[in-house]
Design a protein around this ligand. Structure first.
Ligand code: ZN
Length: 279
């Protein structure tokens, strides 16, 4: 599942292919609504960046291409004429410059927005501070976590709420909670200020390390997963068998270590369902 770090890498990959280069040809296809490519052809991308799980390509004609990848979307860049690694049937948007072909595969959302409308456009405007940004505002994130409406929400769900802070998906949710020793079913309201600060700093450090940026954790590369997709295996740290249970509206399970992330008295018991993963 693309998380903030994956979007960051896509933006970095697309920049040399597209920024400053005229789009000579563009094609789009469904399922779902498709952007009007005649408005893209002849324009030049001026700025490409990721915010939350959106990838934004600003054009010099006042329009912005917004792609949201959800679970299965991806971007790839090819040289003209180079065979694609994925089926053209799944190409949602193709952008061709003189020297590169950028292809968006399987994104459920690809649309054109007026740049001046962007700051009021809810999928982008309602995002919390971006964990990967240099000027990341941690105090603002803590303030958002303290919204009384969130007090009863489990921290496993809240960490992925892009309206609180943008960037965490399923993998880094797992790994952040494990490394902070917090049970995913604890409620936001049960966590004190320091625990929230530690969670935010950990998520930021892991994401930044994952894309090779300097980070306060001192990590030099993408950290390995301690709990994500390791249900039924033994904890690297305490050798307890990892367990999983359903969480949130999601059909996926959250995995945790009962030894390192104990249930706190008075807090919800995780809905346990053992399930071994084959890896
Ligand atoms: Zn453990």
């Amino acid at each position: 599942m693309p998380e903030g770090d994956a979007l960051y890498r896509y933006a970095k990959m697309l920049r040399p292919a597209l920024e400053g280069n005229v789009i000579r040809a563009a094609r789009a296809q469904g399922p779902g609504p498709v952007p009007r490519v005649e408005k893209i052809i002849g324009a030049t991308p001026t700025r490409i960046h990721a915010t939350g799980k959106n990838l934004l390509i600003h054009l010099d004609n006042g329009l912005v291409i917004r792609g949201h990848l959800r679970m299965y979307g991806s971007w790839e860049v090819y040289r003209p004429g180079e065979p694609w690694r994925k089926s053209p049937r799944n190409a949602r948007l193709v952008l061709e410059t003189a020297s590169a072909v950028a292809v968006n595969f399987n994104a459920p959302v690809v649309e054109l927005i007026e740049e001046r409308a962007l700051e009021h456009y809810s999928p982008v405007a309602n995002l919390g501070p971006n964990l990967l940004d240099d000027g990341f505002d941690r105090d603002e994130v803590i303030r958002r976590f303290r919204d009384p409406l969130l007090a009863g929400v489990t921290i496993g769900d809240a960490l992925m709420d892009q309206g609180i802070m943008a960037g965490v998906g399923n993998i880094w949710k797992h790994e952040t909670l494990f490394r902070c020793g917090i049970n995913p079913w604890r409620t936001v309201g049960s966590l004190d200020e320091q625990q929230l600060v530690d969670l935010v700093d950990m998520a930021r450090g892991l994401l930044r390390a994952s894309v090779g940026l300097e980070n306060d954790l001192g990590l030099r590369r993408r950290p390995r997963a301690h709990v994500y997709k390791r249900t039924g295996q033994l904890c690297f740290r305490c050798s307890t068998r990892l367990r999983a249970g359903p969480q949130g509206n999601d059909v996926r399970h959250t995995t945790w270590c009962p030894g390192c992330q104990p249930v706190v008295p008075g807090q919800p018991e995780p809905p346990v369902r053992m399930r071994a993963t084959r890896r």
